[in-house]
Design a protein around this ligand. Structure first.
Ligand code: ADP
Ligand code: ZN
Ligand code: ZN
Length: 697
């Protein structure tokens, strides 16, 4: 598709004349201007749009404007403070725009650091020279050289994997399938080192911001000798505008030879790439959930294909999409079948909670095992994917339950201090004071219902008075740097019991952690989303993988009311491939992804019927288009349905699912459909949005 980039694009010589500019405008396309200064494809320009001034990116130099030349305005400024964006990068952005059915400007501009795309940073009161020069005047970033670390001798599986990757001729997708602790990181580091030694650059994606410090340390320690002291750039969404600009410029200028980052780093302005790595490729956080709803993993594969280079997708529990591709030999699988250090995987025990007397949500088995590990000076991780003190507040007299006024959900009880609590809505952010008495019946005895991480933390501190208990979740890590500090204290052995959400499940290599306890995993078991079991299994395998990584006698206790479920039975045996086989058979029987392709049109409005009407009309339109283009045979249109949590922030939400076994047919239908959707009768009364390859349904 990106091969279709306008032919003018190929010719990058500077010229004066007509320019086609991508602007960050919703539902719009490209806009033509005239430049009296020399301008190149990839340059940024300041132009007038309506009454506003905006920064846009020149994407082509057409021979004639697309509309009446006398109405075409002049470019106001051609910004020359950075080199033009490269053609290969623009080709990549064009592909992303076409594939995800969004205007090109909505892809290109948000991918740039804020100061490079905001007019005030060039023409504001104090802007003077512009952000790039201002940054250059500030003290240069002084990095201390990282401590050199010991390089372990690779085992034979790791060696084979590294060799396969660095010997790949051109584009190839590798699925590095290795159990937790099998040393995948070591494979990335070796392959990266060899790629750098050949003069090429490396992009490494990780799913979580919290994993970047750990990775950054090892990357710098190992690769700076090849890449230089400022050779590693880190990109993630928690950077300030200034930090992001600095990192981006180091990448664009070629100084940074390795880019480490979360999903947004897939848009790093990197040329001469030689390798892309996507760690924990199954992780849902590679999917952007608003704006351009891209999958960084999928884009990584396209980019590698476009550049003719290898891409490594690593996971202990690959996505079923990637697994199916490996089964079909579209991807090449590389296996790391055993743990690198302590060869045994943790033993898994399912504790059937139906027949047990539980103490504050803890089974006697779990408490007993905790005692034993603590007595042995080992650390314990209690995993509960539910933050706050309790999921709701409840009146025993009349049955009232705390609810959000703006959403159809319960509000979660949070302890702010030992004395002060609030009710928070996790969907719209509403914070309310805790009522002194039941709003319905006046009873003053309101009780927390269920338990979240705060309550578990509180109880564990009472149960194990000598133990140092720490909680790591989104609430305890709001301050910048606090997550890093908490993780460091766990690594330093200053913590005995760690209570946490999925934040603690991923990636961390805790040396002294012996036991993992999983509470309330069942919550995800009966979700309507067909991917829920896959996601639960991956999450459980990952959190289980934190146990006994260095000692080899780790233990995992999962409390469940449904031990017979396939997910738990597979977990018991660490049997990913059995689980994948079983799940893929189910998906095939139901013609679900990866055996079909999906797109999701969602709509929200103040009134649910308005959203549903819009979707019904949209469905009708899709039917007509499908008849016209004769794609009925391969297209399934479901009925519009309200979302499970139908109202969020006073907007009612509904969705319409499209499915096809033929991706090009679906893509072309979507393109025609999107042109007509804005003209639907209700289109202005709803907020709607199309998502290609939706992850949550
Ligand atoms: P994964 O990413 O597959 O879960 P890691 O890369 O974190 O696993 O490796 C787990 C542990 O094993 C780390 O402490 C790492 O330093 C160590 N390790 C990796 N490869 C080797 C090796 N070949 N020999 C010894 N230790 C290794
Ligand atoms: Zn009441
Ligand atoms: Zn709410």
């Amino acid at each position: 598709m990106a091969e279709n980039l306008p032919a003018e694009c190929i010719e990058a010589s500077a010229a004066t004349g007509w320019v086609r500019v991508a602007l960050d405008i919703p539902l719009a396309d490209l806009f033509d201007y005239r430049s009296t200064e020399p301008v190149t494809v990839g340059d940024r320009v300041i132009v007038a749009f309506g009454r506003r001034k905006m920064i846009g990116v020149v994407v082509s130099l057409p021979e004639m404007p697309g509309y009446d030349p006398s109405k075409v305005k002049d470019v106001q400024v051609v910004l020359k403070d950075i080199a033009p964006l490269s053609l290969s990068w623009l080709r990549f952005a064009t592909f992303a725009a076409e594939y995800y059915q969004r205007p090109l400007g909505e892809v290109i501009l948000p991918a740039l650091p804020m100061p490079l795309r905001s007019v005030p940073s060039y023409q504001g009161k104090r802007s003077g020279a512009g952000p790039v020069e201002r940054l250059a005047k500030r003290r240069a970033l002084k990095q201390e050289a990282a401590a050199i670390s010991v390089v372990p001798q690779l085992n034979s599986h790791q060696e084979q994997a590294v060799a396969a990757v660095v010997d790949a001729q051109g584009f190839k997708t590798f699925l590095l399938y290795g159990v937790t602790g099998s040393g995948k990181t070591e494979v990335y580091l070796h392959a990266a080192a060899q790629t750098l030694a050949r003069g090429k650059r490396v992009l490494l994606l990780v799913p979580e911001i919290n994993l970047t410090p750990q990775f950054e340390q090892s990357l710098r320690a190992r690769l700076e000798p090849i890449a230089g002291v400022n050779g590693v750039a880190v990109m993630h969404s928690a950077l300030s505008d200034g930090e992001r600009l600095r990192a981006w410029l180091r990448v664009q200028s070629g100084e940074a030879r390795i880019v480490l980052g979360t999903r947004l780093a897939i848009f790093a302005p990197l040329d001469d790439l030689g390798l892309i790595v996507v760690d924990e490729e199954h992780d849902p956080s590679y999917k952007q959930q608003d704006g351009l709803r891209y999958s960084a993993r999928d884009l990584a594969v396209w980019r590698a294909h476009d550049l003719g280079i290898p891409v490594v997708l690593g996971s202990a529990t690959p996505s079923l999409e990637s697994w199916a591709n490996a089964e079909k030999s579209i991807y090449q699988r590389l296996d790391l079948p055993a743990r690198a250090r302590a060869v045994t995987l943790p033993s898994v025990r399912l504790v059937d909670t139906r027949r047990l007397q539980m103490d504050h949500g803890l089974s006697p088995h779990l408490v007993e095992a905790m005692r034993a590990r603590l007595a042995n000076n080992e650390q314990v991780l209690i995993f509960l994917n539910r933050r706050g003190y309790a999921p709701a507040l409840h009146c025993h007299s009349c049955g009232w339950v705390s609810q959000c006024t703006r959403c159809t959900t319960f509000t979660v009880l949070h302890r702010l201090t030992p004395k002060r609590a609030q009710l928070h809505c996790h969907h719209c952010g509403l914070a309310q004071n805790v009522p002194k008495a039941c709003p319905d019946c006046g009873d003053q005895d309101l009780q927390p219902m269920g338990r979240g991480t705060q309550r578990v933390e509180e109880h564990l501190a009472e149960l194990f008075p000598g133990a140092r208990v720490v909680r790591i979740d989104a609430d305890s890590t709001r301050k910048k740097g606090s997550a890093q500090a908490l993780f460091a204290s766990v690594h330093a052995g200053e913590v005995d019991i760690l209570v946490g959400t999925q934040m603690v499940a991923k990636g961390h290599d805790f040396a002294n952690l012996g036991l993992v306890g999983v509470l309330n995993a069942d919550a995800m078991l009966f979700s309507q989303d067909f991917r829920a079991p896959e996601r639960l299994f991956a999450q459980l395998m990952q959190v289980a993988g934190r146990a006994g990584r260095h000692t080899g006698h780790g233990e995992v206790i999962v409390q469940t009311g449904y031990p017979e479920q396939a997910v738990y039975q597979a977990l018991l045996k660490h049997d990913y491939s059995g689980f994948a086989r079983h799940s893929l058979q189910e998906r095939q029987a139901a013609a679900l992804p990866p055996f079909s392709y999906q797109a999701l049109l969602s709509a929200e409005a103040r009134e649910l019927p308005v959203a549903l009407d819009f979707l019904r009309d949209a469905r009708e339109l899709a039917c007509e288009l499908s008849a016209h283009y004769q794609t009925e045979a391969v297209l399934t249109l479901y009925d519009p349905v309200p979302l499970r949590i139908v109202r969020v922030d006073n907007m009612c939400r509904a969705q319409l699912l499209l499915e096809s076994t033929n991706r090009p047919a679906l893509q072309s239908l979507l393109r025609h459909w999107l042109k007509l959707l804005p003209e639907q009768p209700d289109a202005r009364r709803v907020r709607w949005q199309l998502e290609v390859d939706p992850l949550e349904i």
